[in-house]
Design a protein around this ligand. Structure first.
Ligand code: TIU
Length: 226
């Protein structure tokens, strides 16, 4: 499979090379997306994130049907919290913070129900899951090695939240030489204005961090591969 797919994108068309491209789905975790989770407990409107579930589900199905590489990330920490920076633990001055008992188990702790990926987008056997302690998916993880071993040079990035973990990961990827395509309908933020600006920042200045497109264009392109 050496065909490239030319996708309508901003600031200009993205030439997707299926054999060198991976889908990276960021932090679609129960604690960020589900009513009654940590995100909602902090006063956030989870519906702003939940609108991304169906577009991600459709995209993931098409991506898997095309036989391409998909990876998933989860933000969280070891149960002993040894990888939790003290500054992250106390930031926000909330009475309930990371590692404490939350609505779906200990907050952002690996192995707890709220830390896991929502059932709608659950990783299939063989799809790598990257457990990351930070906002960026490259910091303190083996993501870069896994991608290099598979000769991945491009990333389609989706997930939450647009201006936090998605933006941080795209910036990290850009500095490591990856071309990133962010799908606007498959990323979301608790704050609509940050979502809009987060996308603008990626595609500004000739695509300073990458490209932005709609998942419809990619799904159509994947169908044409068959
Ligand atoms: N995944 C991710 O973006 N983690 C966050 O903490 N996001 C917030 O918007 N808080």
């Amino acid at each position: 499979m050496s065909k490239t797919i030319d996708l309508a994108a901003e600031p200009y068309a993205f030439a997707l090379s299926p054999e060198h491209c991976a889908l990276l789905i960021i932090d679609m975790q129960r604690d960020f997306l589900e009513p009654g989770g940590f995100g909602e407990m902090l006063g956030n409107d989870v519906s702003q994130l939940r609108r991304t579930i169906e577009p991600n589900r459709r995209l993931l199905a098409a991506w898997r049907a095309a036989g391409l590489t998909a990876l998933h990330t989860r933000e969280g920490h070891r149960p002993d919290l040894s990888d939790l920076p003290p500054a992250k633990k106390i930031r926000g001055k909330s009475t309930t913070t990371i590692g404490d008992a939350g609505p779906m188990g200990r907050i952002l702790v690996r192995g707890e129900a709220g830390h896991d990926i929502i059932p709608e987008l659950y990783p299939a056997p063989g799809e790598p899951v990257i457990d990351k302690p930070g906002k960026g998916a490259f910091h303190a993880t083996d993501l870069h090695s896994i991608l290099q071993h598979r000769d991945v040079k491009q990333l389609v990035v989706t997930g939450v939240t647009t201006e936090v973990c998605v933006n941080t990961t795209v910036r990290e990827a850009n500095d490591r030489g990856y071309d990133c395509l962010v799908l606007e309908d498959c990323v979301g933020s608790y704050f609509p204005e940050f979502h809009a600006m987060g996308l603008k920042m990626i595609k500004a200045q000739g695509g300073i961090f990458g490209w932005v497109a709609h998942s419809d264009a990619l799904i159509k392109g994947l169908a044409a591969l068959k």
